[in-house]
Design a protein around this ligand. Structure first.
Ligand code: ZN
Length: 289
């Protein structure tokens, strides 16, 4: 008999606990919070960027959109030989990525488009992407340029003056030919490939100005000048000084530009890794910071 009473009491206590737990506003909040997080994750991995409309264009003040800059280095015909997984993308893979992005409704823009957008003079699709190549590798001319022409894709190549025309790098005639196509913008990646953060502001400015005199002598003058620090090595005082001189500047950080925090003096760039599919690129450029 005593046992039965104890069991009944336990059951009653349990019922009371369950009753208050479900009535507890805090418990409900936590439950809703979890539900929200769950649906948020589901939306993010399936629908959110499928809902982006490539047809709609927005001025900078109208909507916060993502504007990724995809960075490549070498585009070899053979399979990658280097360990650094962002240094080489085969031409076949590169073409697959370009085709995939086009099929998914992405518009390839130039730095001039980005600068005009920044100034409020141009609207961009919320599926915009900009592509660039560091260093001026010869295979950019032999392998990437034909693909870019085939799909009518604009792109930027940041050259190192001292390397142009040396073993493994395209020469000034090839740079001029690419620039003349109207698709390729030749920008600077330094006079030499050094750690500029170890140099004075004056040395950096002098080197970049000399580099641009050289670029403009060979490929002509563009409305804008863009600079990419070798190794991403820079200091804030250098960034400010170059920006005052009118230079748009790229960072080396694997992050994604968003219009509400867009800064032409420190543009984020996403490093495309070997063997990434267009789908994976799209997922990363929509999910990374
Ligand atoms: Zn470099």
């Amino acid at each position: 008999m005593k046992k039965k009473i104890i069991i009944a009491l336990i059951v009653i206590i349990l019922l009371i606990v369950v009753f208050f737990a479900t009535k507890n506003p805090l418990a409900k909040e936590i439950y809703d919070g979890c539900k929200n997080i769950k649906s948020y994750i589901v939306v993010k991995t399936s629908d959110e960027y499928n809902k982006l409309d490539s047809e709609k264009k927005y001025y900078k003040s109208e909507k916060n959109i993502r504007i990724p800059i995809l960075i490549y280095h070498e585009i070899p015909t053979e399979k990658p030989t280097r360990d650094l997984y962002y240094m080489q993308t085969t031409a076949t893979q590169f073409e697959k990525q370009i085709k995939g992005l086009l099929e998914e409704g992405y518009t390839f823009i130039s730095y001039q488009d980005l600068a005009d957008y920044y100034d409020g003079a141009k609207a961009l699709s919320e599926k915009s992407v900009l592509i660039g190549f560091d260093d001026g590798w010869a295979d950019n001319y032999y392998n990437a340029f034909p693909i870019l022409k085939k799909y009518n894709i604009p792109a930027a190549i940041y050259v190192v003056d001292d390397l142009v025309g040396t073993d493994g790098y395209f020469n000034w005639e090839q740079a001029e030919e690419m620039s003349r196509s109207g698709l390729i913008s030749i920008f600077s990646h330094g006079r030499t490939h050094i750690f500029y953060d170890k140099e004075s502001v004056e040395t950096l400015i002098s080197d970049v100005e000399i580099a641009y005199e050289n670029i403009e002598k060979h490929v002509g003058k563009a409305k804008i000048r863009v600079f990419t620090y070798p190794y991403g090595a820079c200091r804030q005082d250098q960034i400010e000084a170059l920006y005052e001189k009118g230079y748009i500047q790229n960072m080396t950080d694997d992050e994604i530009n968003k219009s509400d925090s867009l800064e032409l003096k420190s543009l984020h760039r996403y490093y495309v890794k070997q063997n990434e599919s267009a789908y994976k690129i799209i997922r990363n450029i929509n999910e990374l910071n």
